[in-house]
Design a binder for this molecule. Sequence first.
Ligand code: DGL
Length: 259
Amino acid sequence: MANNCPIGLFDSGIGGISIYNEIRKTLPKESTIYLADNLNAPYGKKSKKEIINLSIKNTQRLIDLNCKLIVVACNTATTNAVEILRDTFEIPIVGIEPSIKPAILATKTNHIGVLATEKTLSSNLFLETSNRFSDGVTIHEQIGYDLVSIIEESGIKEGLLIDKLRKYIDPMLEKNIDNLVLGCTHYYFLKDILEKLLPKGIKVLDSSSAVSKRVKQVLESNNNTSETLDTKNQFYCNGNESVIQNFLDKEKKVNKIIF
Ligand code: DGL
């Protein structure tokens, strides 16, 4: 039976818009509700306990808004809280993790780089995935210090970001990486700047299409897909709405609410 309830997504800010865009492409008949918890950004520096509490709060809000599936559109929230969310709520929950496995399968130099937040890189889930798949490949990890804060405050301004990115990328290039994994949904929007910094032939990987495919699979296997093209896509935040607004088409309006 068709289920026209929306898919709920949350992130600490604009990062999950990259997942939203991909879901719109893969599942054009689905409505969505996007929660940007930007009052509490960045998550990457918070304690695991805080990330869990914020993730529970966001998930509950999306459930209250009648969502049928939750996408944790944030690597930091997924790697620190997804197991607890699945234990706490009955609704299907799809998370996002850095694309380490595809990078490991693709590398020819046996060196890959991962750029992610502090709390993603220190999480057990990340550690387990890296250990499970590394198989002779060296994973060079780099925390993207300050990148999320800068993006949340100012959007994608090359002048504010390029020197920091160069500082994070150069040591990985010296280690001969040929695949760079973007392990934070905010970093998806840095691809154009990264293209200027990376030599040709270095592949940049993100997980947005893997997540949207997984959402499709889960909806189909639960007989929960929507059958209408009359979709509605709603955006909510609890902090400053102007930066998020810039990441959306003009006709989409971000509403500020308390959550
Ligand atoms: N988009 C979040 C992620 O994927 C950003 C985390 C943060 O707020 O620091 O990790």
